[in-house]
Design a protein around this ligand. Sequence first.
Ligand SMILES: CC(C)(COP(=O)(O)OP(=O)(O)OC[C@H]1O[C@@H](n2cnc3c(N)ncnc32)[C@H](O)[C@@H]1OP(=O)(O)O)[C@@H](O)C(=O)NCCC(=O)NCCS
Length: 183
Amino acid sequence: MTISMRNNEELLQGSTVFLRFLNLADVNDTYLSWLQDAEVMQGIATSGYTMENLRDYVSSRINNPSVAFFAICDRQSGTHIGNVKLDFYDEKARVSELGLLIGNKAYWGKGIGYEACKLALNYGFGAMGLRKIYLAVYGNNPNAKRLYEKLGFQLEGTLRKHVAVEGLYYDKYLMGIFKEELL
Ligand SMILES: CC(C)(COP(=O)(O)OP(=O)(O)OC[C@H]1O[C@@H](n2cnc3c(N)ncnc32)[C@H](O)[C@@H]1OP(=O)(O)O)[C@@H](O)C(=O)NCCC(=O)NCCS
C-alpha cells in the first residue's frame, strides 16, 4: 500500500476543516510552538523539539509511503491548526496507529478533533484499506479519551501507571476500532 497523492490540495473536506497532506513548508515557528506548549503536550509526553529535529521527523514520516500525515486546516481561512496521522502501518495485519494534535488552542472544544479524526478514519478504512486503527491515550488526557470513545474506539487494554508526566504516573490506555464500529 502506497499513499499516492502527495500534493498541497484539499484532500478531505469536512464542514469546519479540511485535511491535506502535510509538507515540509508546514514546519515553521507556529508548528514548533505547538510542540513547545506544555498544555498542548501534556497528553503526549514527548519533548525536546527543535526546528531541526522537527524537520527531520516530518521528513521521515512524509517520505514513508505507508504513512498518511495530514495537516488539519480551517476551511474558512485555510490556516493550518493541527495534524492527524496514520502511522506504523502493519502490512500483514492492515493496521495503523492514529495520532492527533490540534496545536492552536483557540480551536479546541469546537468538534474539530472529532471531525478531523472522522476524515482520517474514513481515509484509513477507505483509500488505505485498513482493517483496524489503534491508538494510545494517557490518563491525564480524559478529553481525548472521551473524543475517541465518541468516535467508536473500544478500550483494549490498560498499561497501569505507565507514563510519567511532571513527576506523576498515569495509565496508558490502548484503544482500537474496526470499520464497522465507527460511530
Ligand atoms: C484532545 C484534543 C484532540 C481534543 O480536540 P477537540 O477538537 O478539542 O475535541 P472536540 O471538540 O472534537 O471534542 C469531541 C469530544 O471530545 C470530548 N472533549 C473534547 N474536549 C473536551 C473538554 N475540554 N472537556 C470535555 N470533553 C471534551 C467530548 O466528548 C467532545 O464531545 P462533545 O463536544 O459532544 O461533548 C485537543 O485538545 C488536542 O489536540 N490536545 C493536544 C494534543 C493531544 O492531547 N492529542 C491527543 C493525544 S492522544
